[in-house]
Structure formats: C-alpha cells, structure tokens
Design a protein around this ligand. Structure first.
Ligand code: GLV
Ligand code: MN
Ligand code: MN
Length: 431
C-alpha cells in the first residue's frame, strides 16, 4: 500500500511556494469554518450545538478529501486517520479544538486542526506514508464555555473522562448528559472515546501564541516548554435581597457590592504576585438581577493561571481569604468550590528537541516559551508525549474577533511541522 514499503517513504520538505499555497488554503478554511456560528454578529461555537455538528461535518469532509478514514468518537470529537506504511500502526496525533469562546477569533483551535488536515492532504496527494499512522482530531470542547468544565473532549481521549461531568448544566439548565444524547451520542459510552498509549505515539498541536513574545522576538514560531497550571473556582456571595427604595444604605446585605469589592481585591492580589500569576473573574450572575431589588446573590467564576505551582496555591489561598474577609465585614456569606485544577505540565523533551530543530531550519533560530493559556495538549499529556508549536499572532490578541495571523507565519508553521513529522518518521522518538 505504501510507496515506501513498511519503513515508510522519506518525506520531502515543503517548498516555499508549496508552503505558501497550503497556508493560504488553511486560512481560507479557517474563514469558512467561522461561518458556522451560533451568533450572527460574531463567532461562537459551543460544544454539542447544531453548529458543532455542522463543523464536524465540514471538517470531516475535508479530512476525507485528504485521504483520511473519518469517524466521530463517543464524545463528539471528529477524528481522521491516515494509515502509515502498514495498516494498524500506532499514530502521531495532530489536532486542536473546534469549539470557541463567545465573540471569538477564528484561529484559536481551528488553525491547528486545519493545518493538520492540510499536511495530510499533501502526503495523500504525493502518495507518501510515514512509518507511523497520522491522525487528526478536532476536539469538540476545549474552552468549556457551555458546561463550565474544560478540556472535556481531550480528557475523554486521554482516558481521564469523569462521569460526574454528565450532571453539569449549561445556562439553560440542560445537563451535559442530555446534550450528548441530543447530539446523537450515548452518554453511558463517553469513556469509549479513550485511546490507549499503545495506539498514540505522540500528540503535536499547532496553535496561535495568544501572547506577544514571538512578536517581540521578531520570529514567527516558537516551541512550547510547558502549559502553565490553572485553577477555576465557583465563588458565591449570599446576602439579602430587598427593596432598593426602602432598605437604608447602612442596613443592607448587598451580595453584588461585596462581589465588586472582592473582585478588586483579586486584581490587587494578582498584581502583587511576582511569579507571573494571572487572576480573572470572567463570569458573574447576580440574583435576582432586577433594577429595583438589592442583589441577594452574586455567583462568579474565578480563573487563575501561573507557571509556579506554589505561587499559584498561595495566591489562591489569599484570594479566598479576601472573600471571607469581605463577607465578614458586610454580613454576607461566602462559598467557594474548585471545579478545575491542572498542574503546570511540561511538554515532552524529545518532542521539544524535534520541534526546536525543525523550527531552526525554518527561521534560523529556535524560540522557547511557556503557555499561560490552556490547550488540549495539557490533557493529552496523560496519554502520550506531547509537543506544541506556537505561531505568532498580531498583538497577542486572542479570545477576540481581532485575532490575526500572517499567511507567511502559517507557511513557516506548516514547513516546521512537516519537517518534524519526517524526523519522527525517521525514528526521532526512539532515540
Ligand atoms: C483556553 O483558551 C483557555 O486557556 O482558557
Ligand atoms: Mn481559547
Ligand atoms: Mn485554543
């Protein structure tokens, strides 16, 4: 079946012309995919929505055209497989996510999936096969926008799915269990998405940087050393609702005013941290949320990130103490429940070296950086060695419609990825 026999064919580097054409095609497809949105005015594509289904259909079609065998797995990931020199070999898995935040940019996630499809299409066109299989996955849920839990789909693939997530509800009260069923999946079989370490030799993810380090260094690409640790916590202030025109200012238990004070304390605490921790309260619900009623409830979600686990834990404790202290002063009660915790996760040293070498061939020097944003690679690290390439994006802007990448930078990324695959094909992971 393979031109190269069981050892696989040598994979030639992309010519500059070829890389530029492929990059243009990837970017055109990112734009086409972005038309599949829940919102008319901007991009939003959440897990298990009709738009997710349409995105899987479109990307599945592109995968098939690229010579892959395509299936949707038990949690709604779209998966394509391009066999290696012999059928049934373990695979190098490429990919990223197809879900987005609200009012998103069009490259976060999609770029990595569509670059993988393009790379495979090029191998298919030239009838080239690696000694390993090459798989591409478009994860259904990395952002965690709809159900609060994050990296759901990559954790399912890594074998760390938790059935407790089935009870998580979206804003309309729909539990994940029902959303899976509505999508045509069996919630009882979600664990079936898990892959075994014997099946997956490595996971490689191409992603926009979502920061400015590459731009400052004037290089298009960098290799990711680690994905930083994160904590997410649901916090609530409970007070007493009452008549806005009657209850005197001194006698109130205003949960939202308490939340406002606490959010400022969160910001100050993170600003004072010297280790690079970031803290954000990006979600808040107020109850009863009516103009002439004092808020009796403020429910928030806090997101903490940082490269240093001890500093992160320390900031976390300080922030919770600040919540208790605000509550004490204002006669409110304060509760907190951590719903997501990941440790700082280094990428695989051999893959860093392979990717660093291919980046040096493309742009003369390598650049190493860590990621404060979460990525599917973080979840996949529980299954197999993981590696990541970051591509420069304009001004570091991300989770915003102004996200932008240069075609030439994407061409450089495709070239580096192809070189890395050729190296892996020649046994770079065995040495
Ligand atoms: C994902 O984009 C995250 O880091 O929150
Ligand atoms: Mn994102
Ligand atoms: Mn992303």
């Amino acid at each position: 079946m393979s031109d190269g026999g069981t050892r696989g064919a040598a994979i030639p580097p992309l010519s500059p012309r070829e890389a530029a054409d492929m990059a243009a095609s990837v970017l055109a497809r990112c734009r086409e995919l972005a038309r599949l949105s829940e919102d008319e005015g901007g991009l939003c594509r959440c897990y298990l929505t009709p738009e997710h289904k349409r995105a899987n259909a479109l990307v599945g079609r592109w995968m098939r055209e690229a010579g892959m065998r395509v299936r949707q797995d038990a949690v709604g990931n779209i998966c394509g497989r391009y066999e290696g020199a012999e059928p049934g070999m373990s695979a190098v898995l490429l990919g990223s996510h197809l879900d987005t935040v609200r009012d998103a940019g069009i490259f976060d996630g999609a770029l990595g999936v569509l670059a993988a499809v393009e790379i495979t299409a090029r191998l298919h066109r030239d009838k080239l096969r690696l000694p390993l299989a090459l798989e591409t996955i478009g994860f259904g849920d990395e952002e965690g926008v709809r159900f609060g839990v994050t990296l759901t789909c990559s954790r399912a693939v890594a074998g760390t799915w938790d059935d407790a997530w089935l009870a998580c509800r979206d804003e309309s009260g729909v539990p994940l269990r029902d959303a899976l069923a509505e999508f045509g999946l069996n919630p009882a079989e979600a664990r079936g998405a898990g892959r075994s370490p014997a099946e997956i030799a490595a996971y490689l993810e191409l992603h926009i940087e979502q920061g400015v380090l590459l731009e400052k260094a004037r290089v298009p690409l960098g290799v990711v050393s680690a994905v930083n640790g994160a904590r997410r916590v649901e916090c609530c202030f409970y007070g007493q609702s009452g008549h806005a025109g009657i209850v005197p200012m001194g006698g109130r238990k205003d949960a939202l005013a308490g939340a406002a004070e606490w959010i400022s304390a969160v910001e100050r605490a993170a600003e004072a941290d010297a280790s690079g921790c970031l803290a954000t309260v990006g979600f808040i619900q107020c109850g009863p949320n009516v103009v002439n009623v004092i808020p009796g409830l403020a429910r928030m979600r806090l997101d903490l990130r940082g490269p240093d686990e001890a500093a992160l834990d320390c900031l976390y404790e300080e922030i919770l103490r600040a919540g208790a202290s605000v509550a004490g002063r204002r006669a409110l009660s304060f509760t907190h429940e951590q719903f997501y915790r990941v440790r700082n996760t280094p990428t695989d040293a051999r893959l860093r070296s392979v990717l660093g070498k291919s980046i040096r061939r493309v742009q003369k020097k390598n650049f190493v950086l860590s990621s404060n944003a979460g990525h599917d690679a973080l979840a996949l690290a529980a299954l197999c060695p993981v590696g990541m390439i970051f591509v420069r994006c304009r001004g570091g802007v991300s989770h915003h419609p102004d996200e932008s990448v240069e075609t030439a930078d994407v061409a450089a990324a495709l070239s580096a990825l192809m070189l890395a695959l050729a190296d892996i094909g020649h046994g770079a992971l065995q040495s």
